[in-house]
Design a protein around this ligand. Structure first.
Ligand code: ATP
Ligand code: MG
Length: 323
């Protein structure tokens, strides 16, 4: 890593008896997109809140752009943008007004506030709704305006807590693209997510966080290379998944069999999987296969292996958390 813009050592946060963050250390380099990936209650929001100065840590050291907390928090805050999990904008104010208000808060000179607000509305495809009250925005629009507001003062680092949770697919795609563009313009990005796929698509480096601890931290490439060693096969069965899993489990004890969220069987083995014997066994048992395909190695495989948390448990987190 070249220069670390974020340096966190042994960060802890206790809420009474609850240990929300339990000795977390990591560095983020300039220009990186770094992701915290973990399930509900893992400590993602607490960590991001500590990094942005919203929460007082119980212990550990934080420095942002070389500015050590807590002494230099205010100075650091001038260089970071924060997109909280719940929007902090004013419902009764329109989108344009909210952006101008944020611009004023950050001390932008009066003459640049309105042009900057317009530029951001354009960039986030919100120009048409700029005069509508924020409260009347869809969830996707709200999230986009919240990100726009966080960028008003051209921060060097952008922090986002679950940027695409609870919004429509089109807005989520647009947000990912915008984050990619911002990063290409040199903005360092720290985000949290419980979407494995989102971490895989967006992040250069990923930390798996479980119960307040980082259980793995690596580049996406290294993590994916790990998944490459094993082979996975997806079997779409006609109806009887339980029976199919039972038959295969009995005859092929070395193959791990899981049910994927789409309701198919996902087989994983340390070695090359041979298709024919599997199909024969299912055929003998009267279970019909209508699709079999090699599954692309994904971050999901590594995540499940390292954390023991099934991907569907992460997906189940959707819908809770945010209303
Ligand atoms: N203000 C608080 N008071 C007491 N406990 C808290 C507080 N904030 C968080 N916690 C606890 O700390 C732990 C970590 O919570 P945190 O919100 O950081 O997790 P998270 O990874 O962001 O989860 P989610 O995916 O649901 O947003 C949880 O056990 C939570 O209940
Ligand atoms: Mg959270």
């Amino acid at each position: 890593m070249t220069s670390a813009v974020l340096d966190v050592r042994d960060l802890t946060k206790h809420y009474g008896d609850v240990v929300a963050v339990d000795g977390v250390s990591f560095r983020v380099g300039a220009g990186e997109i770094f992701g915290f990936l973990g399930p509900n209650g893992a400590g993602k929001t607490t960590t991001i809140n500590a990094l942005t100065g919203l929460v007082d840590p119980t212990g550990g050291e934080i420095s942002v752009l070389g500015l050590a907390y807590p002494g230099h928090i205010s100075e650091a805050q001038g260089h970071i943008g924060v997109v909280p999990d719940e929007s902090n904008l004013y419902g009764e104010m329109d989108g344009f007004g909210n952006l101008c208000f944020c611009a004023a808060l950050y001390g932008l000179p009066r003459r640049v506030r309105e042009p900057r607000a317009r530029e951001l509305l354009d960039r986030f495809d919100l120009a048409e709704v700029g005069r509508r009250p924020f409260a009347a925005y869809s969830r996707g629009m709200k999230r986009k305006l919240t990100i726009a507001a966080a960028l008003i003062h051209r921060p060097q680092i952008l922090f986002l807590d679950e940027p695409t949770t609870g919004i429509d697919v089109a807005s989520a795609r647009q947000i990912r693209r915008l984050l990619g563009d911002l990063n290409a313009d040199g903005v360092t990005i720290f985000l949290t997510t419980h979407y494995i796929e989102e971490a895989e698509r967006l992040c250069h480096r990923i930390a798996f966080i479980v119960a307040g601890r980082i259980v793995r931290i690596d580049t996406k490439e290294s993590l994916l290379a790990e998944a490459d060693g094993s082979s996975s096969l997806l079997l779409a069965l006609d109806g009887n998944l339980e029976e199919g899993a039972r038959l295969l489990g009995e005859s092929f004890p070395d193959i791990a069999i899981a049910r994927n969220p789409e309701g198919n069987l996902l087989l994983t083995a340390a070695d090359e999987l041979e298709l024919l014997p599997l199909l024969q066994r299912l055929n003998e048992g009267g279970v019909k296969v209508y699709e079999a395909r090699i599954a692309r190695p994904s971050l999901e495989d590594v995540f499940v292996r390292v954390t023991g948390i099934e991907a569907r448990e992460m997906k189940a987190a959707e819908g809770r958390g945010r209303g």
